[in-house]
Design a binder for this molecule. Sequence first.
Ligand code: PLP
Length: 435
Amino acid sequence: MAASDPRRRVPSTDTVLTDSRLVAATDLLGASSVKAAVHSAQERVRQGELPPEAVADAAVATLPGHATHLRPVVNATGVVLHTNLGRAPLSPAAIDAMAAASGYVDVEFDVESGDRARRGRATLDALRDAVPAAEDVLVVNNGAAALVLATTALAGDGEVLVSRGEMVEIGDGFRLPDLIASTGARLREVGTTNRTNLDDYATALRSEAGAAEIRAILKVHPSNFRVEGFTSAVSVDELAELGPPVIVDVGSGLLTADPLLPDEPDMTSAVRSGAAVVTASGDKLLGGPQAGLLLGRAEVIQRLRRHPLARALRVDKLTLAALEATLRNPRTPTEHYLHADVDALRRRAEVLAAALEAEVVPSAGAVGGGGAPGLELPGWAVALPTRYAEELRRQVPAVVGRIEHDRLMLDLRCVPEHDDDTVRNAVLRVRNELG
Ligand SMILES: *Cc1c(COP(=O)(O)O)cnc(C)c1O
């Protein structure tokens, strides 16, 4: 090699690491990943692929912008609660609350007296205020955890009555019968897949074994499918008359009924109907962080709170903070996207399509996240050839659309308006790359 060969002038690691951008990246990402990026840039100089003076730039270019491998996604699928994309996006208030709660906080401490205080009390107050019909409330890790806690505490190793029409799989391995079995309780099924009536429950309760063994009645919202035709189910009011405590899993976390979603049960109505305890998720229609909400009669919630399992299912300070902010200001992105104005969506799609010389087509969005099955949210999408899909997913942020009828649909329902430009620029870059 000649002395002037750039491959012999590879700058030392220590020299490169003095670059101010790499100093900042070391604080954010840790020394080992920054060093690894520098080493691979040095290797490229040795291979003759990079001039020696470009090592720092190349290392900076390969480093991620955040200390998490979770990559931000622009959700152009039209599906509001996309489980694979993290369900509900948090509101600015919830994000701010999480940042505020990230250091030492008084989560279990009374700064006035210096004594220990009830964990997450402000969040529980916010939930109580949001559903005043409930005598008491509790928050756990997710909807499944809420159901496990309620069943464990109320049924023990006894039986739980449930309709055969509600033996559901919610998604990704969440099968109700398996979940209940894992608590040690046994399910006693009544009725049929399409029809269950009050007498089915009453007959089970009247039987000798039933009277001794049945500790609770469970009603689960079949949230991700619809049975149509010759069907019937028993209301919570009627079940509450039968005697054993009624556990109602509403799933979606709606605080009160929403006319847009007539078939989605809400927590307020379920509590009013006489449920002993109502369970729901925090990151579905409520639009908050992953959490399991439990609302109901004071003595029942008290029992759940005192159960040893409650400690294992408790939420952290960040969840408490985000949930409190969401409950106090339920104008969440989820709410906004669900109720998005169709004409405004069309106008935005037309602006985007004009910039991309693409076509605007009608697009049926969905609630998703196992909510409001069959309900179409009418909207508009920009249609592109499907070959754009993969490259768009590789952009930063990743742009994820929906493939339908051999086209890539970019539906702007769940895209914040300020990200329309992000989508446009991503498509233009991809068009350049694809040639
Ligand atoms: C989503 C859902 C669950 C599970 O809730 P997670 O918060 O995902 O644990 C349970 N029951 C119903 C009816 C649901 O829709």
